[in-house]
Design a protein around this ligand. Structure first.
Ligand SMILES: *Cc1c(COP(=O)(O)O)cnc(C)c1O
Length: 394
């Protein structure tokens, strides 16, 4: 792969990752396994690089996509890392389920349609002859209204999992609907009660003689519902140093008496493509929506909405150059933005701009970006292009 000289790069701080992991370790019960969620190209941070940093520090890796999980097994053998527990919680085909089982990757059974997927999978001869089992986590829809078995007639819905010698019920899981959106958790508690009910029904229906691992808590619930971490926590957004929401930050202070330290892992920077002088009255960008009120110095930066710099940033955003805010002028384009660097002393031939992250005393948080684009921090980072070069920094 060639990386163009004139493109942007993402810096990932390994110490920030480690700090976030240890912050969570210190609040989770000691028996709770640390599951980290690496779905969506590690929340847009870059799976391959994030894996290198976190693999040794966590207990379980969670993915949506089975292909990501299989690639991690590849990475593990390439680097001679010990093999971690991996759980795929997203949709997959019978073929993918078998590929996962053969690599000791666990999966989530999420709906009655898994009866067909599993019966097809169980016909696979290689799997049949192997000593492997399909290790399953039964996903219960306790109130999110997304994937998972609902409680009505739950016993009938899961009976197809009973007495299959190549299946092993490893866990029972659910996912919260609105822990991030509120500062009191009545709905979360309703969901936890549903999980407990489901757990009893599943254990008795399937005649299990052991307790499957329970897991429910994501980043927010791990902080603000201390009793809900059970055997495994699934930490996503906060692993990357981002708060699930403002409400979660406030609730954490209320519930725990202090906030938890989270350090953003990512910074996004680029070098300018060119710098030029424009005279009063000239226009900038498509639609001629910006007209220079005076003589200005501008820098053209080689990033745009293709890279994940949202078009909604037009007329709102700023970047940092030499620790100073520089406004984005006119519209964000596919591969370019134009910024005002009139206040930068001696810019020379080329400047370095920070699009997300700190420079000197100033910083641009992912949350600020989310407010410019009328979205949440999760979406801002997830949409950062996978083509952008990632660099691990201390
Ligand atoms: C994304 C996801 C998580 C992680 O959520 P965060 O809010 O990012 O911590 C946990 N569990 C499931 C099922 C998810 O889809």
């Amino acid at each position: 792969m060639f990386h163009a000289h004139c493109s942007s790069w993402i810096e990932l701080s390994s110490s920030a990752f480690e700090q976030n992991i240890s912050s969570y370790r210190s609040i989770l019960a000691s028996k709770t396994l640390f599951g980290c969620v690496l779905k969506g190209n590690a929340y847009g941070h870059g799976l391959e690089e994030c894996l290198q940093i976190v693999h040794n520090h966590v207990d379980i890796l969670f993915f949506i996509n089975p292909i990501d999980a299989l690639n991690v097994r590849r990475q593990e053998s390439l680097h001679r890392w010990p093999s971690k527990r991996i759980v795929v919680i997203g949709a997959m085909s019978a073929k993918e389920a078998i590929m996962c089982a053969l690599e000791d990757i666990e999966l989530a059974v999420t709906h009655e349609n898994w009866e067909n997927i599993l019966s097809e999978a169980l016909q696979d001869e290689v799997f049949e002859k192997s000593d492997k089992k399909l290790k399953l986590h039964i996903h219960v829809d306790s109130g999110l209204g997304r994937e998972g078995f609902t409680l009505e007639n739950l016993s009938q819905k899961v009976i197809f999992l009973k007495d299959k010698k190549k299946l092993f019920i490893q866990g029972i899981m659910t996912h919260f609907a609105n822990t991030e959106d509120v500062t009191e958790q009545t709905y979360g508690e309703f969901q936890i009660n549903n999980l407990a009910t489901a757990n009893d029904i599943i254990v008795s229906t399937l005649g299990l003689t052991y307790m499957p691992e329970r897991h429910a808590a994501q980043s927010a619930a791990s902080l603000i519902m201390p009793d809900c971490s059970f055997e495994i926590a699934r930490i996503g957004i906060s692993l990357y140093g981002l708060w699930p929401s403002r409400e979660t930050k406030i609730s954490t202070k209320i519930v725990r008496g202090q906030t938890t330290q989270l350090t953003p892992v990512l910074a996004w920077r680029c070098k300018s493509q060119c710098i030029k002088q424009i005279h009063e009255g000239s226009y900038i960008g498509y639609g001629c929506t910006f007209r220079a009120p005076k003589h200005m110095t501008i820098a053209v930066l080689p990033v745009g909405y293709f890279d994940g710099y949202p078009r909604l940033f037009s007329h709102k955003a700023f970047v940092l150059v030499q620790g100073k805010r520089c406004s984005v002028l006119g519209r964000v384009m596919m591969n370019h933005i134009v910024v005002d660097i009139s206040d930068i002393k001696n810019p020379g031939q080329e400047i370095t701009a920070t699009l997300i992250g700190s420079d000197g005393q100033e910083s641009i948080s992912v949350e600020t970006c989310a407010s410019w684009a009328e979205t949440i921090n999760y979406e801002i980072v997830c949409r950062l292009g996978s083509h952008i070069k990632r660099v691990i920094v201390p």
